[in-house]
Write a protein that binds this ligand. Sequence first.
Ligand code: ATP
Ligand code: MG
Length: 403
Amino acid sequence: MKLEKLPIEFTKALPVVAQIEAAGFEAYFVGGSVRDVLLGQPIHDVDIATSAFPAEIKQIFPRTIDVGIEHGTVLVLEGEESYEITTFRTESTYQDFRRPDHVEFVRSLEEDLKRRDFTINAFALKEDGEIIDLFGGLVDLKDKILRAVGNPHERFHEDALRMMRGLRFISYLGFQMEQETFDAICENHELLEKISVERIFIEFNKLLLGNYRIEAIKSFVETECYQYCPGLRDKGAELLNFADLPAKKIPSEAQAWALLADQLRLQTTDLRSFLKKWKASNELIAETRAIFQGLQWRKEHPWQPLEIYQLAEYAIKAEELMFYYDRKPDTETVQSMIAALPIHSLKELAINGHDLMETFKMKPGKWLKDVLEQCEKAVILRQIENSKSVLLDYAKSYLEENQ
Ligand code: ATP
Ligand code: MG
């Protein structure tokens, strides 16, 4: 099969391919971008595979960065763009999984394509638009089938992460897993125990955010892969409840984790340790906690001004999740509640700690935090106006009553 017209992302990269070929090597576009072009989907990263060894690539191009030279990947900088160029390779993993993966550079495209995970990820695209399809990927693409390249048992033994990748491609593409491939996951799921949580996290995150999340979660449970994921062991029933939520794609990572945590019946106080086990970033943890807290409040009652003040934009993200609880999200109301707040942070309060210490001739201490918090709360609840004289009067009576 030949593509009539290459998308712009590829045509822009053609000079790079041409330079490698002019030096006497082969170079092809490979990986997810070729699959996505064939599916008519937008492309993100353009990967190039070549018969040239990393040192040879570095001789051809003046500007390169060693991003993963031990795996054969060199980043080539061309004008504004950069391209990951990876030497054809085969990999063999020791069966005991204790020794590091062994990567061998080879000169054969076929050897390189053979070690790829699924037939629809194992295409190579030549500069003239010709698709090289050695494993029936074009038929699988047409039939919407996810099939491991070669013997699925061997492939999952070489790298067990491929099982999680398969599940996330179900979520992303809505394809059916071919039976033998699916059975091989069911049989080999315990190999996931050897895979680092960081690698599993990347795939599971993508699984949560796919258009076909429901099917993917069901397969995740059915294959028992979930047993090797932090905090999910023995949570099959809860995961199936999660799969029962309305099908719409979840807009963001933190919203997905908040929704999942809610189905797992976690408490706000459990969230940090749950996400830490997944080695999630502090940023994701903070965002998920805020959205999760908002979700708990919102399920109980209409939004309160103090909650809106505390959560700000996260309240909107929590409100969006009401869709999954069969309630119509009303983000406009949340937006206007945020806009209507008399202050949006302590900085906007008309007095600060200095004003209080000066006025009451007192040294810093716990009283300062208490008084500021009381003032903040009274202003947000519109009990008093946000002006310096009003706040100092209010502070005075608060101190008189509480000392
Ligand atoms: P995405 O569109 O999400 O980036 P992708 O298929 O491009 O999906 P990448 O992780 O970017 O996924 O990998 C690029 C290509 O490298 C894949 O298409 C596949 O051919 C190969 N690949 C990646 N990870 C593996 C793996 N664990 N085992 C075998 N092949 C893999
Ligand atoms: Mg990719």
